[in-house]
Design a protein around this ligand. Sequence first.
Ligand SMILES: *Cc1c(COP(=O)(O)O)cnc(C)c1O
Length: 366
Amino acid sequence: MRPLVAHIDLDALRHNYQLACRCAPQSRSVAVIKADAYGHGALECARALEAEVPAFAVASIEEALNLRSGGVTKPIILLEGIFSADELTLVDQHGFWISVHSEWQVAALLAFSPRQPIPVWLKVDSGMHRLGFSPKEAPAVWQRLASAPQVTALHLMSHFASADAREGSYFNQQMSILTGLAEQLKAPLCLANSPATLAWPAAHGDWNRPGVMLYGSDPLEVANDVTQQLRPVMSLRSEIIALRELEAGESVGYGGRWRAERRSKIAVVAAGYGDGYDRHAVDGTPVLVNGQRCAIAGKVSMDMLTVDVTDIHDAAIGSEVVLWGASIHGAVLPVDEVARYCDTISYTLLTGVLPRAPRRYHGACV
Ligand SMILES: *Cc1c(COP(=O)(O)O)cnc(C)c1O
């Protein structure tokens, strides 16, 4: 079998979730498992977390129904609410919670007769300028929903544009809008994503919404002592399938992007962009071979990539190669670091791992 496997450590997932809870002991944390749990497998992750989380968050009713049909019984919040009015029947039937960000959603909800009232998170646009009611519109919408028999457990929800930045002026601007509304409406809050959970206690509400940190990625511009305790959940591992010696001046791969400056040993690894490994990885992007750091040399191909292992003396056919995550030899290559070399973020690398890379689950609950 092809050796490329995305190993998923469900114990690390639970460890990271518990860290999120410890950051915000006064809040309850929904575990955000949208986009197939950021590429880790939504059902497996939900089952691993279900005993300790009060609720899950996903992006669509399809994702929520997939969890229900897999036997997940905890509340599930649809972060973008319904995409059409007819979804309300399923929302009611399965006990989903919904966010409400647009007038048409309010109208649909108030025209609907659920069997039991639906928990609603009213989304306010405090500065992200993507979804939600303006701070001016929000109080009137809040009053309509608060008095509607269709609605229960009404919360105010908002999303931060730059909680990951060390510089907090935009965060504080959003926060002051939200504190004003919360006081005026006596509204319970749900504001914090991972970076706000980790770095901005002022944003901790009745609920928080940590996502990427659950998977072990550090979303902060500057790491803190909590992010240093995060453990990688996905370890994308493969093996060396061929080795060759190059003379100084010879090049590797498409376009000959990497050229040997000395006699070099090149390892060919079974992993490529056809598995979701980013083709934008530059020469020098780190990988671990037998737990030792070395670097990509040459453009990533569909099924293979090439690594300079001149200084890795035990590199052999069959040697372990870690593209990100933990090595069986103990070393760790953070997905955040690989992302920087690909001019992207951990979110795209993790959600981008394609079905050709099989997921293999590890941990006490498997
Ligand atoms: C995805 C998402 C989150 C989680 O964000 P992270 O940065 O992954 O923690 C929180 N809230 C909303 C509305 C989201 O869409």
